[in-house]
Design a protein around this ligand. Structure first.
Ligand SMILES: [Zn+2]
Length: 337
């Protein structure tokens, strides 16, 4: 067998190939850990984005502690706002504690239907509250008791307007205004009501005597008239401490009771009308006698005539004085002339 050179070459090649096979790894080596799995993307203009290693890993969501309210724990407290410029601050709403305005700045008015007249007319009253009123010092002012005394409802209306426009003059007071105590008499132009009864002689105060004198038109019995009954209920419900009843034309102040006297002197200091404890004739069954018997201070203010403007101008300050007068205050000294 010839052992030629070609055979030797083949044998050497085979041995070399076997050795190369034995040195090849069966599993390719893992890529180095530091190398990114994928290269960072490159923007079209050639700028590269930040490599992923520079992005902070997302923080875990804040978990409130058990038992605490679910507040945004991660949000830092807001820094205090800088004060607004003065001009802007003036337009902003005031803080709540500065919205509490003095009581004198608000007058609340409501109209109350307190009854019906003998002929079915409404008996109405205005309730004016100046702030939070002192309900132990309520003043009630009646107009229109006698329908032929034509100035009194107009004075009530002027007083009502004045009180609403001038709250600083009567702080923390409640005023009750009845423009027409006897609306039937006003409509008829008569002193008496629609049944020819004088309301100011119909109250259950000395009425027996009045019943014997027919000229007083006192009615068939005490408090027989719906107007009288409605006023009695009104006094029981609203508890006025002071009453002023408007009439004409005697031009004086006629008081009943100690508080009534104090009221008359408070008023005459402004309107200079003569003060009288006795009008000069008996008034059985009158509102004055009824209030005197029930501890309510009352003054009958008699105007000089039937001009409401004149009567208002003369008595405006006296109304303010009597509304502000505290019950049971000592009467003012009157100048001796
Ligand atoms: Zn009268």
């Amino acid at each position: 067998m010839p052992f030629c050179g070609r055979t030797a070459v083949l044998l050497l090649l085979a041995l070399a190939g076997q050795s190369a096979w034995a040195q090849a790894p069966l599993i390719p080596p893992a890529a180095p850990l530091s190398a990114p799995a994928t290269p960072p993307p490159v923007l079209p203009d050639g700028r590269g984005l930040l490599p992923p290693a520079s992005v902070s890993p997302p923080l875990p969501a804040p978990v409130p502690a058990p038992g605490l309210p679910d507040l945004p724990l991660a949000a830092p407290p807001a820094p205090p706002l800088a004060p607004a410029p003065t001009r802007l601050r003036a337009r902003l709403p005031l803080p709540a504690h500065r919205l509490v305005l003095p009581a004198v700045s608000r007058v609340a008015e409501r109209q109350v239907l307190y009854g019906r007249s003998a002929q079915g007319r409404a008996l109405t009253m205005f309730v004016l509250d100046n702030g939070a009123p002192d309900t132990a010092n309520v003043t009630l002012i009646f107009g229109g008791f006698h329908g032929n005394e034509r100035s009194t409802p107009g004075v009530i209306e002027r007083l009502r307007r004045f009180l609403k426009q001038t709250p600083a003059a009567w702080p923390r007071r409640r005023v009750l205004l009845v423009p027409y105590a006897n609306p039937d008499g006003w409509a008829l132009g008569t002193r008496t009501n629609g049944r020819d009864v004088d309301i100011n002689r119909n109250f259950p105060a000395g009425w027996r005597e009045a019943a014997r004198a027919a000229r007083y038109s006192p009615g068939p019995h005490a408090a027989s008239e719906p107007e009288t009954q409605a006023i009695i209920a009104l006094l029981a419900r609203y508890h006025p401490a002071k009453i002023v009843s408007l009439h004409s034309p005697l031009h004086c102040l006629n008081w009943t009771g100690d508080l009534g006297r104090a009221m008359a002197y408070a008023m005459t200091a402004d309107n200079h009308l003569p003060v009288k404890g006795d009008i000069g004739y008996p008034t059985p069954g009158s509102l004055g006698d009824y209030c005197g018997a029930h501890g309510i201070g009352i003054v009958t203010l008699e105007f000089a005539g039937e001009n409401a403007d004149d009567a208002w101008q003369e008595n405006r300050a006296a109304f303010v004085a009597v509304i502000n007068l505290r019950p049971f205050a000592e009467p003012r000294e009157v100048s001796k002339e």
